[in-house]
Design a protein around this ligand. Structure first.
Ligand code: SF4
Length: 449
């Protein structure tokens, strides 16, 4: 079957792509489209969602409209994620991050017999489950801040997401990554009245984790992350600032969670510091492989570190952590953004394949998040439709096949792989890995020592 013709409706397009990509799990086709298009909610569904775990805005907005355009106050009411099952496609459990879009053709509502359902253009797609409200979400720190601000969980409770610095020192059009709305999102959340701490103290993090450790058994990993520090933050360099958190966490809760950090690609000595602090998995995200696009879309990173140095540092980090525990992320779809991106899906795949071979042949497994064209970012404003669904499906195929060809293990720190088991909610890369029933969470050999 050749490229998909323009379809009359989204339903036709989905049916066509389900057939064309029948080697991918059908769950992944729906999930990718939900992530790129967003979800709308009926008033009844929002009312029901009130008893479940709310979206915490763990780092970016990950919405397709700004809060100022949410007429139903979705920012305060939608669940963090939804779990899809059954429906006409007989979907296996599929966890999808909620990206608000009141104009999306996908709508979560309540059926005539009271079930929560997902519909596409008024046709049933799947039954929906909302995430349980964890006990610790009801608690506050001694200073009155809610846990949802200091230590929210995503991935169906698997991952504690510790954005310890909610802003980025790459500032303005000439430095901020063009797909990123971290600074704008921070401003809109503060304007909306949400408790949204710019710089979290080590004590706040420890106090929140204390509560979680007492009451929760679902969380298996934590990520320490935040915006880049180009000069200093609270008198500390980037590595000194970020390393203080795992150092304190591992001192207080040694080995309780898989420890991960998402920060820039730092020099080898600084990366070692994270390892010594107890970090097991390092994510120096390269965002986009193509050299020209990296220079344009990640101008700050290019100016301060440079694309070649960034790649070199990823390889250096692999010597520190072991290649299986260095997992750089890229943002799937931005390479097709206007006005600078590739014109065709085939060109985009050629470029991305080059990057995947480069890393995977060295045992490093990049992963990706599905681009959410946030209107508060430069690229989101220019590309409200994001990348075509076919791009995302071709990418899943490509990633799966290259990963398979190097006989690599599922990346550690993401929970169980495979359709029906995966909990990673912002792309389907874990859903397309074939999963022997007994596959557990892969651990880094380095971490297991
Ligand atoms: S480095 Fe880029 S992607 Fe990361 S927070 Fe800053 S602007 Fe956003």
């Amino acid at each position: 079957m050749g490229p998909v013709r323009r379809m009359k409706s989204k339903t036709d397009l989905i049916n066509c792509l389900l057939e064309k990509y029948s080697d991918l799990p059908r769950e992944a086709v729906i999930k990718e489209d939900l992530l790129r298009s967003g979800i709308s909610f009926s008033e009844d569904a929002l009312r029901v969602a009130g008893g479940y775990k709310p979206k915490a805005y763990f780092i970016f907005s990950f919405d397709l409209v700004p809060i100022s355009q949410m007429e139903q106050q979705e920012n305060l009411r939608v669940p963090e994620e939804i779990c899809l099952t059954d429906g006409p496609l007989k979907l296996r459990r599929t966890i999808v991050s909620v990206r608000v879009n009141p104009k999306s053709p996908y709508r979560v509502g309540i059926s005539a017999n009271g079930r929560i359902v997902l519909e596409l253009e008024q046709r049933l797609i799947a039954d929906v489950e909302f995430p349980r409200l964890p006990e610790y979400y009801r608690r506050r720190l001694a200073n009155g801040k809610p846990i949802t601000d200091i230590a929210p969980t995503i991935q169906w409770g698997y991952l504690l997401y510790l954005t310890v610095f909610r802003k980025c020192q790459y500032y303005g059009k000439r430095e901020e990554c063009q797909f990123c709305d971290i600074n704008e999102n921070y401003r809109q959340q503060k304007r909306s009245g949400r408790s949204y701490t710019a710089v979290k103290s080590v004590d706040e993090i420890l106090e929140a984790l204390e509560i979680i450790a007492e009451t929760d058994s679902l969380s298996q990993a934590y990520t320490v992350t935040g915006g880049s520090v180009t000069s200093s933050l609270e008198g500390k360099s980037e590595v000194d600032f970020y390393a203080q958190y795992p150092e304190a966490i591992e001192r207080r809760f040694p080995g309780r969670w898989i420890a991960k950090v998402v920060v820039q690609a730092l020099p080898r000595d600084e990366v070692r510091r994270f390892k010594q602090a107890g970090i097991q998995i390092y994510h120096p995200n390269y965002e986009v492989w193509d050299r020209r696009l990296f220079q344009i879309l990640c101008a700050g990173k290019d100016r301060y570190i440079g694309r070649d140095e960034w790649i070199r540092r990823i390889l250096d980090a692999a010597e520190v952590f072991g290649p299986g525990c260095v997992i750089p992320n890229f943002v799937a779809g931005i390479e097709m953004s206007r006005p600078y991106g590739f014109q065709t899906v085939a060109q985009a795949m050629d470029s991305t394949a080059e990057g995947l071979h480069y890393f995977m042949s060295r045992g490093i497994v990049p992963r990706f998040t599905t681009w959410c064209p946030e209107p508060l970012s430069v690229l989101g404003r220019q590309n409200p439709e994001g990348a075509p669904l076919e791009y995302h499906l071709e990418l899943l195929r490509l990633w799966r096949d290259i990963h398979r060809s190097y006989r690599l293990r599922p990346p550690p720190g993401y929970g169980k792989p495979g359709v029906g088991q995966a909990v990673f909610s912002v792309s389907s890369f874990m859903d397309v890995i074939a999963s022997p029933a007994e596959t557990g969470d892969a651990m880094c050999p380095a971490a297991a020592q």
